[in-house]
Design a protein around this ligand. Structure first.
Ligand code: FES
Length: 564
């Protein structure tokens, strides 16, 4: 055990260490902090509030509560800002900026004088970015999430972002809800601070942070507006001071075993497809890789236990009240690696040996009576996706699991927007909608994989169709949707070769997705393919030149595998 260095961590280079120490303390005194406090271990608080991030609206209160915990435990709290990523306020998509935020977190955690850091995030890309950055920075780090929104009410019905956003929008497109009503619904979907109220990407990643062991037990699902969220923040601050005295590094927590545990939890939650990309990227920072075969083994062995939207009925506030992650982990216990270390210095086994509290079995099922006997997500492979694709079987229509159909192709997002509702579009409910050029290279991989049902079919009552793309899908969305097709169109994958009228076959049973066009014809069509030129400068130029495909977590190639 080494003594925390506090403000003496990483002195500024002047060629005179004593001068650097003296100058830093002089400037620290100008903050109006006593010498006694300046001598304490320092806990950084990586905060990401922003007026462009509704999900982080309560972050100032969380920072205050963490600071309170740090002070009470004998540390000096120092909050600092990083980039914030508000999911719906970023163009072209927040995914482009996840890696930028991870670099910001990594460098500021490493460069500034702190013995440990509390990472406070919530909205979809922020928690992955913080965990990626912390893994690379290699300082003791603990995650605190903002917590989920509480539900709103509309005509006696509970509403939560954003599964219900999509449900009402589909009704509006189908003519079942008029303009006036959709405007009222718009004001009832997201009524409190916090992250989306269902088991979308933010909630999934919060649970994964806890499953990995990077967040304190029981903290993932506490609603944002619950007083216990502030207590959790205070406890996180105290835990960070313990970390300053007895360091535990991200590489000790994020291991092949804990990553497997997290993938299992993801399956049991019926969680977001995006979590596969994010968890891959977090693990990739430490050189850990879970391949598609292992992912499918884990999925086939792990039942869906949690009955929440978009897969089931409940909301995150119900999940918390039902027993939260502790209850899920206890059900999964026989399948978990129990020796994994958690951030409070105990093992997962020690956590699960403690008695379980009350569990609401309507929301968190027993292992023997699951929502579904197999996991929510699977990897597909085949001639259309040689490097893989992802399918959320828990949120899809079983009648479409084995489906061959005619491709109706859209060349990109612009083409999709222009033609999807064209009354003359040649499309039937039996066709397969294909969207190209929406992968990480072409478009930053937006959440465009939830292609709308063409208006004329929606009005005729069609609720679901097979849809395929190299895009992602919001964790709050649902449908028979094949995502993350790799290599993407812009990388010259077979998706680039698909033409209107080609036959495509999806088989969930065989975990395959195939373009039923002879191999030599696919090769002939791709022979004239040209990769788009990267932008020349700035972060977007760097992104274009270095972003990897979905199976590598869409990280930038020079950031992966370099542990701090
Ligand atoms: Fe932030 Fe949904 S918009 S979690």
């Amino acid at each position: 055990m080494s003594e925390p260095l506090g403000l003496d961590n990483g002195l500024t280079n002047y060629g005179d260490r004593d001068f650097a120490r003296y100058l830093r303390r002089s400037m620290a005194h100008s903050m109006g902090i006593s010498s006694e406090l300046l001598a304490r271990p320092v806990v950084g608080i990586a905060a990401s509030p922003s007026d462009f991030n509704n999900c982080h609206r309560y972050m100032p209160q969380l920072v205050e509560a963490v600071s309170r915990g740090v002070l009470a435990a004998g540390g000096l709290p120092r909050a600092f800002p990083t980039i914030s990523l508000g999911e719906v306020f970023l163009n072209p998509t927040s995914m482009v900026y996840r890696n930028l935020m991870s670099m910001d977190v990594e460098e500021m955690v490493r460069a500034q004088p702190m013995d440990a850091v509390v990472l406070i995030g919530g909205c979809d890309k922020t928690v992955p970015a913080q965990l990626m950055g912390a893994a690379s920075a290699g300082r003791p780090a603990i995650q605190l999430v903002t917590g989920p929104m509480s539900t709103g009410r509309y005509r006696g019905e509970r509403l939560g972002a954003c599964t219900d956003c999509r449900r009402f929008w589909a009704k509006y497109r189908a003519g079942e809800v008029d303009q006036q009503e959709i405007q009222v619904v718009e004001t009832r979907l997201a009524t409190t601070a916090g992250t989306c109220a269902v088991m979308g990407t933010a909630s999934t990643m919060a649970c994964i942070a806890e499953a990995l062991g990077m967040a304190l037990p029981g903290t993932a699902a506490i609603p944002a507006v619950d007083s216990q969220r502030l207590v959790a923040a205070e406890e996180t601050g105290k835990a960070a001071v313990r970390l300053a005295h007895r360091p535990i590094y991200p590489a000790q927590i994020i291991t092949e075993q804990s990553v497997e545990n997290a993938f299992r939890v993801l399956m049991a939650l019926g969680g977001s497809t995006n979590a596969i990309i994010h968890l891959t990227a977090i693990a990739g920072r430490l050189g850990i890789r879970i391949d598609a075969r292992r992912l499918n083994e884990i999925s086939d062995e792990t039942p869906v236990l949690v009955d929440l939207k978009p897969v089931g009925e409940g909301y995150m506030e119900d999940f918390h009240a039902a027993g939260g992650m502790g209850a899920v982990l206890r059900e999964l216990r026989p399948l978990l690696h129990l020796d994994c270390l958690t951030i409070d210095g105990t093992t997962l086994r020690e956590r699960l040996d403690a008695p379980a509290g009350w569990i609401d079995r309507k929301v968190i099922r027993a292992f023997e009576a699951p929502v579904s006997p197999v996991g929510g997500l699977i990897a597909l492979k085949g001639s259309l996706a040689p490097d893989g694709a992802i399918f959320k079987r828990a949120a899809a229509t079983p009648a479409l699991f084995e489906k061959e159909g005619r491709a109706v192709v859209f060349d990109g997002l612009e083409d999709l927007a222009q033609r999807i509702d064209d009354p003359t579009l040649d499309v039937t409910a039996d066709d397969i909608l294909v969207l190209k050029n929406a992968g990480p290279l072409a478009a930053g991989m937006p959440e465009a994989g939830y292609l709308p049902i063409p208006a004329k079919l929606a009005r005729a009552g069609v609720k679901d169709m097979v849809r395929i793309s190299d895009a992602r899908m919001s964790g709050t969305a649902y449908g028979t949707i094949v995502l993350h097709v790799s290599p993407e169109t812009a990388a010259g994958g077979p998706l680039a070769a698909v033409r209107n009228g080609d036959r495509i076959r999806l088989s969930v049973q065989n975990k395959s997705i195939d373009l039923l066009v002879p191999e030599d014809e696919i090769a002939r069509r791709l022979s004239t393919f040209e990769k788009p030129a990267p932008r020349s400068g700035g972060y977007r130029g760097l992104y274009d030149r270095t972003v990897m495909q979905a199976p590598e977590g869409c990280d930038l190639d020079f950031l992966a595998g370099l542990r701090g």
